[in-house]
Design a protein around this ligand. Structure first.
Ligand code: SAH
Length: 360
């Protein structure tokens, strides 16, 4: 038998082309192509079998040629504030997380781009577990598809790449995933409602800037000097602050700086001044993130009052700033925390050599 092709790894134009060939070979009218295409993402079906608008023989024939792999939901947890955390098990046993965060009329889904992460940021639970592998296109976009397949479905209006992994080190898959998220024939989420968060991987930022859609970029700054950033984020050796700031400046759309507030570490007056300077240089919007304490070895959160004071210092220097609400505190909803809770910290794998971490 021929190798079955995974239709969920393809952008709409490619899936359409494959389906068109199949329908011709099967002697089907061409409107069947659009019918199936809609059932991949826009109004997803869990299987060909479930596409009951198609003749049974056609469903069986499609199933012989193509696959529509699901992500297996292995755990689901809901916070008092409505935040929900999903742990998915992948075909090779890897586990990834997604978090849905309702807020007024919108619901943001925080998605993962890698299983684990190679970057080892000092305060991050995913960094502590090490890198396993890059996710494929269908595994990243599939996190949103699975929300539509729930009963009742969760309507996702916004996407943030703030789950496990560094999206810009899996650009090969993230690039087509952005197309699937945005294309009206697939998930149809507006580009301005999709945010890619990165530690500042330059080739990825450049590649994102070249895309015509207005996707948003958030950069994890976390420290306003190389000396401190180096201690918190080892990747700073490869992409030092000056280069990250330069990239933020040349990116043709407004960027957000993410700054996780670490008590007594990066929350002083001098740091507020330095951060304000950097933010003004690139007209960046600053998002202050309260530290999610679970999984962040040895760090303590900055108090609410101190965060407000830090925010005021930035505002006094004409920087636009928001303090992110901490959500899902009771369900360990920060990056990587659920997987650590459910599976424990596993021993570092061979992949830790990062042989397959791939940059744009
Ligand atoms: N690798 C990308 C995206 C994933 S992390 C990046 O680093 O930007 C998404 C955001 O969550 C980052 O800003 C990261 O620093 C932050 N984060 C990680 N652990 C956290 C914790 N324990 N509390 C609060 N924010 C955390």
């Amino acid at each position: 038998m021929m190798q079955r092709e995974n239709l969920l790894n393809l952008v709409p134009a490619d899936a359409e082309a494959k389906l068109a060939v199949a329908m011709t070979e099967l002697g089907q009218p061409s409107y069947r192509v659009g019918q199936v295409l809609r059932r991949l993402w826009a109004n997803p079906a869990p299987s060909f079998e479930a596409m009951t608008e198609l003749p049974a023989a056609l469903r069986a024939a499609l199933d012989e040629r193509f696959t529509l792999p699901r992500l297996e939901l292995s755990y689901r947890q809901e916070s008092k504030d409505g935040t929900q955390k999903f742990l998915f098990r992948l075909h090779d046993g890897e586990a990834i997380e997604a978090v849905s965060i309702p807020d007024g009329g919108r619901t943001t889904l925080c998605i993962s781009s890698q299983a684990g992460c190679a970057l080892k940021c000092a305060f991050c639970a995913t960094g502590a577990m090490g890198f396993s592998r890059n996710l494929e296109v269908y595994e990243i976009a599939g996190q949103v598809r699975e929300m539509r397949l729930l009963d009742p479905p969760i309507e996702i209006t916004n996407i943030v790449f703030m789950g496990m992994g560094e999206p810009m080190m899996n650009w090969k898959a993230v690039d087509p995933t952005l197309t699937l998220l945005n294309d009206p024939r697939a998930l149809g989420i507006g580009a301005r409602h999709i945010t890619i968060s990165t530690v500042g991987v330059l080739p990825g930022i450049i590649a994102l800037g070249k895309r015509p859609e207005q996707f948003r970029l958030a950069i994890s700054i976390h420290a306003p000097s190389d000396e401190l950033r180096q201690q918190l984020m080892p990747i700073n050796t490869k992409f030092p602050l000056a280069e990250v700031i330069e990239a933020a400046k040349v990116f043709d759309r407004r960027v957000t700086f993410e700054y996780v507030m670490l008590g007594g570490v990066n929350d002083g007056i001098e740091q507020a001044r330095q951060l304000a300077q950097l933010a003004r240089e690139c007209r960046a919007f600053v998002n202050l993130i309260p530290l999610h304490p679970g999984g962040s070895q040895g760090f303590v959160p900055t108090s609410g009052n101190e965060i407000s004071r830090f925010a005021r210092l930035l505002r006094d220097r004409d920087v636009e700033v928001a303090v992110r609400k901490s959500r899902g505190m009771d369900i360990a909803a920060a990056c990587g925390q659920l997987r650590v809770e459910r599976l424990g910290r596993r021993a570092p794998s061979a992949a830790e050599q990062h042989g397959d971490v791939q940059v744009a």
